[in-house]
Design a protein around this ligand. Structure first.
Ligand code: HEC
Ligand code: HEC
Ligand code: HEC
Ligand code: HEC
Ligand code: HEC
Ligand code: HEC
Length: 512
């Protein structure tokens, strides 16, 4: 009987381990061994890291286990080939296992050398792996590594209130579930960047964004919202004088916790046992024809927009979403300002001279233009703004050369920070939902057109969300006694604007 066969009943079977002695199986086993040796400690490190990261994860959870499994597969393949070959040539001698004889200096040297180099490789990998891990978790990695794709979000992020909050705090949730999901989406993202499969602009809303409960609410929590906050809105009209217009308003941000005060107010929508559900029809959450509110005593009210022709069957087929922070605060960090707002802010910060006639209008025109790339836009601003003054206000062009240069720089700067033609990303691609002036925001539901069968209407009372305390030119605002007042539109629009959506006229470039 051949040495490598064992007797099972009358059947001759080949010893499986013996069959591994072939080059294919041996390399497979080596691969599995190395991948496991590197992978296990890295998984261990990853488990104890405060946050997990999709890109390090691709390596640890895809490539290494993939390699290990591939190795096992190779080993099995080798076994099959070897078995066939032995059946065909039963007399072929089995390759012996290499023998190590420690009394031979060359063997000692090889063995020690092998172990030492394995140790060194292992150490190096642990250190670089750990560093790579930390790096790939960092804002620099998220924002800069795939520079072109992330440029708009990274640029806007750096000027946002969350500039010191790491990308992963909002984009990757805690816990095993998110951990695994982020590995999968992370792998897809790497693939889409490598093969240029990404959308321009990156499509929003992000469908699988971590629920706010696990991100925003780690730092802000609904119970803390109460009372009201005063906010000053400062504008410049698009007229010759760039006339200033201000509004002081008390925003009713309450709604959090009955123990801390009244639960009415803007954050009433949030989780203090009130639940609001909606469906959208445009896939962008901009058009919301149907809303259901469930109050804390369980009363259900369904509202339907009188402008929508959706039938109950069509409604029942759509996906229902519960309102969370991101349905209003969809731009907490990636704020792409409209040309009008960006100009308002630049005037406010004294970066430009309001004595330059029609500066708001001209800058808005340039900022809203269509350009192939950033360079072309910056050149257009550099050329056309001075040309406007040269042609229409030759005296001012001569006297205020410095102010015009400064205006060019400021408008270029606004462009670079808010408009990204290469990624087709700007205020048009990513509307902000927090107000209602330039995007429908609150008026997606609070437009006075969403009615229930019982006759309830989702309010569009101008005093439901804020109390206007003062409005007018800065001089008027400074003189006046702060008191609740009716809204006054800064210019005569030829109709009562408070009966319609502001976005009928306001698109971020009004007056242009
Ligand atoms: C304060 C939380 C927060 C931080 C910090 C944050 N993001 Fe976001 N990000 C969001 C939210 C919320 C959205 C979803 C917008 C939507 O779905 O409409 C988003 C969307 C995105 C998008 C999709 C395109 C877009 O503009 O909506 C990209 C890309 C992105 N973030 C990248 C980053 C990068 C890179 C960083 C770090 C440099 C980062 N984010 C930091 C909250 C955050
Ligand atoms: C890691 C903690 C952290 C996370 C996560 C976080 N925030 Fe914030 N957020 C802050 C801090 C700190 C500030 C105050 C910044 C300041 O005052 O300059 C802030 C400010 C804000 C403000 C006020 C902005 C303003 O203009 O003053 C809003 C609104 C806000 N966060 C919403 C969100 C939303 C929505 C999310 C989730 C997508 C979120 N935050 C996630 C820490 C966080
Ligand atoms: C998805 C639809 C939807 C959106 C978007 C929405 N709301 Fe509401 N809101 C509702 C519903 C529904 C109610 C409750 C109406 C009822 O049943 O009384 C409500 C109630 C309110 C209330 C009254 C709460 C109270 O004290 O009784 C305020 C204030 C409010 N919303 C502010 C806002 C603001 C500000 C925005 C925009 C940032 C906004 N809402 C966006 C659906 C919405
Ligand atoms: C219905 C819309 C809506 C929802 C939902 C919503 N907010 Fe707000 N939130 C607002 C509005 C409007 C303001 C006032 C914004 C302003 O003008 O700066 C505000 C203000 C804030 C502020 C700054 C003011 C303050 O009191 O500190 C923070 C922080 C904030 N929200 C966080 C959150 C978080 C976290 C969630 C989710 C738990 C959330 N919001 C849900 C509409 C909403
Ligand atoms: C559902 C809540 C809600 C209702 C109803 C509402 N507003 Fe507002 N409004 C807001 C919020 C929230 C902001 C603040 C947006 C921000 O912080 O950028 C705002 C901002 C404003 C501003 C300042 C905008 C700016 O950027 O200068 C004006 C003016 C205004 N509202 C007028 C009105 C008028 C007039 C009505 C009645 C037709 C009205 N609002 C009804 C929620 C509401
Ligand atoms: C029929 C068109 C129309 C409607 C509807 C309208 N506006 Fe205006 N609004 C204008 C025009 C035109 C200007 C002047 C633009 C300029 O000079 O910059 C203006 C200017 C303003 C300004 C001064 C600065 C700026 O951003 O343009 C504010 C604030 C304003 N409107 C608020 C509102 C609010 C709030 C609503 C909704 C309740 C509203 N408007 C609805 C046409 C309209």
């Amino acid at each position: 009987m051949k040495e490598h066969l064992i007797n099972i009943g009358n059947q001759f079977k080949i010893k499986p381990f013996n069959l591994l002695r072939n080059p294919v199986s041996m390399s497979g086993l080596l691969l599995t061994g190395v991948c496991t040796l590197i992978g296990l400690p890295m998984m261990f490190l990853d488990m104890f890291a405060p946050r997990t990261n999709p890109y390090a994860g691709i390596f640890i959870y895809f490539f290494l286990p993939g390699g290990a499994i591939f190795g096992v597969f190779l080993a099995m393949l080798g076994v099959i080939i070897e078995r066939r070959s032995r059946k065909r040539h039963p007399d072929r001698p089995i390759p012996p296992l290499p023998k190590i004889d420690l009394s031979k200096p060359s063997h000692r040297f090889l063995l020690l050398g092998g172990v030492a180099s394995l140790l060194i490789v292992f150490l190096l990998l642990s250190v670089t792996g750990y560093r790579a891990y930390n790096f790939s978790d960092s804002v620099q990695f998220c924002g800069l590594t795939c520079h072109k794709v992330m440029k708009p979000e990274y640029t806007a992020y750096q000027k946002s209130p969350h500039a010191h909050v790491a990308c992963v705090s909002c984009h990757i949730g805690p816990g095993v579930n998110w951990f695994v999901r982020s590995k999968i989406t992370g792998a897809y993202q790497v693939y889409s960047v490598l093969f240029h499969k990404y959308d321009r602009p990156i499509a929003t809303p992000i469908r699988n964004l971590v629920p706010a409960h696990e991100t925003c609410e780690q730092c802000h929590w609904p119970a803390k919202f109460f009372g009201a906050q005063q906010k000053v809105f400062s504008h410049r009209l698009a007229d010759e004088k760039n006339s200033p217009w201000q509004m002081v308003s008390l925003l009713k941000v309450g709604g959090g916790d009955p123990q801390l005060g009244s639960t009415s107010g803007i954050h009433w929508h949030m989780y203090i046992k009130n639940k609001i559900y909606f469906i959208d029809t445009d896939g962008k959450r901009e058009v919301i024809p149907w809303v259901r509110s469930v109050s804390k005593d369980g009363t259900v009210t369904e509202y339907m927009s009188t402008e929508s022709s959706l039938s109950p069957e069509e409604i029942s087929k759509r996906q229902i979403r519960q309102v969370d922070c991101i349905d209003c605060h969809n731009r907490p960090s990636h704020i792409f300002m409209t040309p009008h707002r960006a100009m308002d802010q630049a005037f406010d910060a004294n970066l430009i001279d309001p004595g330059l006639p029609y500066l708001t209008r001209e800058a808005m025109r340039l900022l809203a233009g269509e350009y192939a790339n950033e360079k072309e836009a910056l050149e257009a601003i550099n050329k056309n703004l001075p040309v406007f003054y040269q042609a229409n206000y030759p005296d001012i062009y001569k006297q205020k050369k410095g102010a015009i240069d400064q205006a060019v720089k400021t408008v270029q700067n606004i462009y670079s920070h808010n408009m990204f033609p290469e990624m087709r990303t700007d205020w048009r691609a990513h509307p902000a939902h927090i107000g209602h002036l330039e995007f429908d925001g609150c008026f997606r539901c609070h437009d006075g057109l969403h009615k229930s069968k019982e006759g309830r209407v989702i309010t569009n009372d101008c005093n439901a969300c804020h109390t206007i305390l003062a409005q007018g030119s800065p001089a008027d605002v400074a003189k006046g006694r702060l008191q609740s007042q009716a809204f006054k539109h800064p210019v005569d629009a030829g109709m009562d604007v408070s009966t319609m959506k502001c976005t009928v006229c306001h698109t971020g470039t009004t007056g242009l």
